[in-house]
Design a protein around this ligand. Structure first.
Ligand code: TXA
Ligand code: MG
Length: 345
């Protein structure tokens, strides 16, 4: 039997207080939540997701005051960023307070904290005497969920309740930054808050230390993550002739094309329509675009749902194109890069 889906905050609070798992909506992606100060409850998250314990979790809070109780330092830059962007898609990594369980931080001396911008989850967290540890509510390595049904499809029989907050407004995970005692801000993961906005609020540039691995102590390794079941192949690696050859070699296999914009898709289809003799509009070929208006926010919102759609369509191979490298386009490309990575750790 699958977990119940509903909007009962009291029920969610009761389950969480009893050490159970509840999926919660946020503006980025759905989280798989448990009492973040209870190691046994947190262990349940790792088990349900099949997540390695070297991958630390984010603690979700309802106020800046609560955030301050979870870290041992709160530099001025943290105060400024939290005031400007919370609740919102920004996670701050700070030295941890002693009582934060080591399982949450994967033995790191730091803890990741954010205040999500979703009315249901905020009311829930504010009604509880503890923060919620919550990774994205997907099996480890798969695409993150952006609606309640995505969670039910994959983790429904492993969790107790799914709080339904509708579709995620941002659709891509939070931007993670570390804040040093001397107010240096370093981006650790690209996400739903663009870097331009961060440095504008700070009044000075931020640096980047983007690890492609989910273990913060093993940087520089490419992690296959956010991946659909089909293999993802960047379109520039394939000339149209190579794509045709691939299609002819496996005529029955369902293939997908993931375009950033509708315009880009149309351009491609028109350009090669003659050459392919209508093959590209064949029913075994699925074309999806992330944005109608070439808009990075719209594209981010649609990214994970579209990757799931390819799996539902039974696509064996997805040819994709990059997003423009600005605004949320950088975070979209980061997810595409990981989804298409061949290396699995
Ligand atoms: O938008 C989000 O951030 C979503 C929603 C549910 O809040 N959560 C999310 O959690 O994406 P998750 O577990 O899928 O990714 C959290 C990542 C970890 O993989 C790790 O890379 C980083 O946060 N992280 C957590 N604690 C850290 C720490 N102390 N130092 C460095 N990185 C940390
Ligand atoms: Mg995740």
């Amino acid at each position: 039997m699958g977990a119940q889906i509903g909007i009962d905050i009291n029920k969610a609070a009761e389950l969480l207080s009893g050490g159970k798992l509840v999926a919660i909506p946020t503006e980025t992606v759905y989280g798989l939540a448990a009492n973040g100060l209870d190691s046994t409850a947190v262990a349940g998250i790792f088990a349900a997701k099949n997540r390695p314990t070297f991958d630390p979790l984010i603690l979700h809070v309802g106020s800046i005051e609560q955030a301050k109780t979870l870290c041992s330092q709160w530099p001025a830059a943290a105060e400024r960023l939290a005031n400007a962007f919370w609740p919102g898609p920004l996670t701050l990594v700070l030295p941890k307070a002693h009582h934060v369980p080591e399982l949450v931080t994967a033995d790191n001396p730091t803890v990741a904290i954010r205040m999500p911008n979703n009315p249901l989850s905020l009311s829930l967290i504010r009604s509880l005497p503890f923060p919620l540890a919550a990774p994205s509510a997907n099996p480890f390595g798969y695409v993150s969920p952006t609606c309640a049904q995505h969670v039910a499809d994959q983790l429904g029989d492993r969790i107790d309740y799914i709080l339904d907050g509708g579709d995620c407004a941002i659709g891509i995970e939070s931007t993670i930054v570390s804040v040093s005692n001397d107010n240096q801000v370093t981006i650790l993961r690209l996400g739903g808050l663009d870097i331009e906005s961060l440095s504008e609020v700070l009044g000075y540039p931020v640096s980047e230390s983007l690890s492609m691995h989910s273990n913060p102590q093993a940087p520089g390794q490419l992690d296959q993550h956010y991946s659909p079941n089909s293999s993802m192949v960047h379109i520039a690696d394939f000339s149209i002739d190579a794509i045709l050859k691939d299609l002819h070699a496996h005529p029955q296999a369902t293939r997908g094309f993931l375009w950033f914009s509708q315009q880009q898709a149309q351009g491609f289809i028109e350009q090669f329509d003659e050459k392919t003799q209508g093959l590209l509009t064949d029913s075994a070929l699925k074309h999806y675009h992330l944005s109608i208006n070439h808009n990075d926010r719209e594209a981010a919102m649609n990214l994970f749902g579209t990757l799931r759609q390819f799996d539902k369509d039974g696509c064996k191979r997805i040819y994709f194109s990059w997003a423009p490298e600005n605004g949320l386009g950088r975070a979209i490309n980061d997810r595409l890069k990981r989804a298409s990575s061949k290396v699995i750790h």
